[in-house]
Design a protein around this ligand. Structure first.
Ligand code: ADP
Ligand code: MG
Length: 345
């Protein structure tokens, strides 16, 4: 009897979930910034609020691009890179992001290190003529790699001559955190952004259901490993398939092992971090990719902040952490991979 009594209540609750925002207005924009394509979609009760949030988000992305791009001579990061031994005045935001980046280096056993900039230049992944530097050339440049040598002063940063920083491994994650702050200011409860594969989902979809975030198949970009169901989360992937060139049948990609200066060949083809902080997710996805399976799993088990991850290895096995069991659906995968769940004990 009781069951029947409660049933109508349950239906009502479900219905409320479905029609929570019956008039949600959707607005989307595509922005090219930070050397990548970015998609932003926001929902608001009325069109003006959605448009205002969208333009605030676009403005914020362009502001950050102008601040953090080391190839833009007018940027704060370019000014830091021109230090050559003299202290450079930096505003608080950039100083704090540099300090955060350096802290991830210490935490990841130097798998993540923003001072790989001179090595990145030698490979020239983003230029017209990427090339494979010789061992001698890399060894000579490695002398300038090591972010423990960045000197932070009171509002200043000093780099030794020959040193430079590259925030490419963390800037998009930081941008996604900043967009979360912009949406908060703008009163936006439901939004999804993809900053060149760095995804941030805010709240749930307007119908109350979780956002569905596809995880790309590194062996077949365009195909998926599966789909994540997420609310209020960041899903950030590092993979060798995103920016690369091929020479003599060998593929070279843009994630570098700071210890060798060489392309990171750890046995992983992609590393995705699912967490609640974009800056952290971006730094860690790059670091986990460099670490490889064993170190990455050990890191996940012991790291001070909980996060989830998806690692794919060269043998075609997909490893997922236990927190994703109810949030990952592999049925959309086009290829037949083995899926293995990892637990902390
Ligand atoms: P994507 O930028 O494609 O999303 P990542 O977040 O992994 O991928 O960042 C790769 C970028 O980070 C490179 O283009 C380079 O600028 C920088 N980078 C490469 N290797 C490292 C590293 N080991 N530590 C820190 N930054 C790195
Ligand atoms: Mg990264």
């Amino acid at each position: 009897m009781k069951k029947w009594f409660f049933l109508p209540l349950l239906c009502a609750a479900l219905l409320c979930g479905c029609v929570r925002e019956p008039s949600a207005q959707e607005r989307s924009a595509q922005v090219f910034a930070m050397d990548t394509m970015m998609d932003i979609t926001v929902y608001a009760d009325d069109a003006a609020a959605a448009e205002s949030a969208l333009s605030a988000a676009e403005a914020e992305i362009h502001r950050l691009d102008g601040l953090l791009s080391r190839h833009d001579e007018a940027s704060a990061v370019a000014a830091v890179n021109a230090s050559s031994g003299a202290p450079v005045a930096v505003d608080e935001e950039v100083l704090s992001l540099l300090e955060t980046a350096v802290s991830y280096s210490a935490q990841t056993g130097d798998a993540f290190d923003i001072t790989v900039a001179p090595i990145m230049d030698a490979w020239n992944f983003t230029g017209d003529a990427p090339r494979v530097p010789s061992r001698e050339e890399l060894d000579a440049l490695l002398v300038h790699v090591g972010d423990e040598r960045i000197v932070f002063g009171d509002g200043t940063v000093t780099l030794e001559p020959g040193m430079a920083v590259d925030l490419g491994g963390i800037a998009k994650g930081y941008a996604s955190d900043r967009l979360a702050a912009v949406f908060e200011e703008q009163g936006i409860d439901s939004a999804m952004v993809s900053l060149g594969g760095n995804v941030y989902v805010r709240g749930a979809k307007p119908d109350g259901s979780p956002w569905r975030v596809a995880v790309e198949d590194p062996n077949d970009p365009g195909a998926y490993l599966g789909v994540l169901s997420l609310t209020d989360a960041y899903a950030i992937t590092s993979g060798g398939y995103q920016r690369y060139f091929e020479q003599d049948g060998v593929v070279y990609y843009h994630i570098i092992d700071p210890k060798t200066g060489d392309v990171a060949r750890s046995g992983l083809t992609s590393a995705t971090v699912i967490c609640t902080n974009g800056t952290m997710g971006d730094a860690l996805s790059t670091a986990l990719f460099v670490m490889g399976y064993d170190r990455a799993v050990e890191f996940w088990k012991t790291y001070e902040t909980d996060f989830d991850m998806i690692l794919m290895d060269e043998d075609g096995t997909v490893y997922l952490t236990e927190g994703l069991k109810d949030r990952f659906d592999p049925s959309a995968a086009e290829h037949d991979y083995e899926y293995v769940y990892l637990s902390k004990n």
